[in-house]
Design a protein around this ligand. Structure first.
Ligand code: TXA
Ligand code: MG
Length: 354
């Protein structure tokens, strides 16, 4: 069962201490749970080939069993251990984007327990680039199943403190390698469907994947009924406790005006209002002295916005806001992943401003 005490060990993110990594590897080999940094978000790892260890992941997160896990490898040779066949397309994508924030859904290899894949004959595989993740997988001597290291449906964890806040007392060990750099999860691409399709936009933008798959599209799952979509594609996801008000529209100025109008009203009604803003919007909002403002960075630098998004949701939640307002930042590059996370945080409700 889970331990009552969670140890936290610091590691240098670029050059982790082999003794600490060896200790964490031993916990994984012993069937325990270790949270660790990847370049996207923190992962909650267990030995992917040990069904009993994998069960503990679902218990610690409160994650439903129908939501499959990503298997993490540290060397391309390990891919053959966890999948049935490696197509030329999978090889090409791996060669171009691994290690990195890309997850490939492939035919499940027999050694992978069915609780990793939620009973399906497919398995999601990723080779993370983070030196701590790579060293840990190497030390464990086995592929590692790891979802994001947050309580189910909460914003993903981008620092060790976020992991501790959600999972303290429920897991054995947290490797603290500092804040993650990308800040939102990997792009998940389904290579079994024909044509292949992006199931979750993430750290590798659609535009980059089109170098190899020119006709690739993002599956518009969030426009569909949640019950009908694939396992784990739940709309309610990455949600702060506060209700998220997500604004979109063709003209950013009109959108901002509506945001200011509605959030001011809420403040007059006595609500505590949080706002996630880009630098460009911050000045206009200075009137709203009683709003709790999280500035995410410039609209022209979406990688910084992405890196701080989940942390901002958590920080505003911690301040006890009733609502969090945010606006659409477009769909280009990382914009698609940012929009996806905002939309899920808002549980699919969008305020269209015309
Ligand atoms: O960046 C990431 O991907 C992070 C780090 C820790 O690697 N992991 C992560 O895992 O985000 P998780 O469990 O929070 O999200 C995994 C996503 C879910 O949307 C799940 O439905 C999808 O991958 N997935 C996993 N296995 C799948 C499968 N066999 N078929 C389709 N989708 C799958
Ligand atoms: Mg997750």
């Amino acid at each position: 069962m889970n331990t009552s005490e969670t140890r936290v060990l610091s590691v240098e993110s670029t050059n982790p201490d082999p003794a600490v990594i060896a200790e964490a590897g031993a916990v994984l080999r012993g069937g325990g749970l270790v949270a660790f940094p990847t370049e996207t978000v923190y992962g909650l790892g267990a030995n992917a080939l040990n069904a009993a260890a994998v069960v503990k992941i679902f218990a610690a997160k409160g994650r439903p069993a129908h939501d499959p896990l990503i298997v993490h490898i540290s060397a391309i040779e390990q891919l053959g251990d966890v999948v049935q066949t490696v197509s030329p397309l999978a090889k090409a994508l791996a060669a171009r984007f691994w290690p990195g924030p890309l997850t490939l859904v492939l035919p499940r290899g027999e050694s992978v327990p069915l609780n990793v894949t939620a009973g399906t004959q497919t398995v999601a595989v990723r080779m993370p680039a983070h030196p701590v993740a790579q060293a840990l997988i190497g030390a464990a001597g086995t592929p590692i199943a790891a979802p994001s290291a947050n309580t189910f449906s909460r914003p993903s964890a981008t620092t060790a403190q976020h992991v501790l806040d959600d999972l303290g007392g429920k897991i054995d060990l947290i490797l603290d390698g500092g804040p993650t750099t990308i800040g939102l999860e990997s792009t998940v691409i389904d290579l079994i469907s024909d044509p292949p399709v992006i199931l979750r936009p993430g750290g590798i933008p659609l535009e980059a994947l089109r170098e190899i798959l020119p006709a690739l599209e993002i599956q518009p799952r969030y426009l569909e009924d949640t019950a009908a979509s694939s396992p784990g594609q739940l709309l309610k996801h990455y949600s702060p406790r506060a209700r998220v008000l997500l604004y979109t529209g063709d003209d950013p100025e009109t959108v901002l005006a509506r945001m200011i109008d509605q959030t001011s009203k809420l403040i007059y009604e006595g609500k505590r209002v949080g706002v996630m803003l880009v630098d460009e919007d911050a000045g206009v909002f200075s009137e709203l002295v009683r709003a709790d403002i999280a500035v995410l960075g410039s609209e022209d630098d979406l990688s910084t916005v992405a890196a701080g998004l989940f942390a901002a949701m958590r920080a505003l939640d911690a301040r006890g806001v009733d609502v969090i307002a945010a606006r659409d930042l477009g769909r280009e590059g990382l914009g698609a992943a940012i929009w996806d996370r905002l939309l899920r945080a808002a549980e699919g409700r969008v305020i269209e401003v015309r």
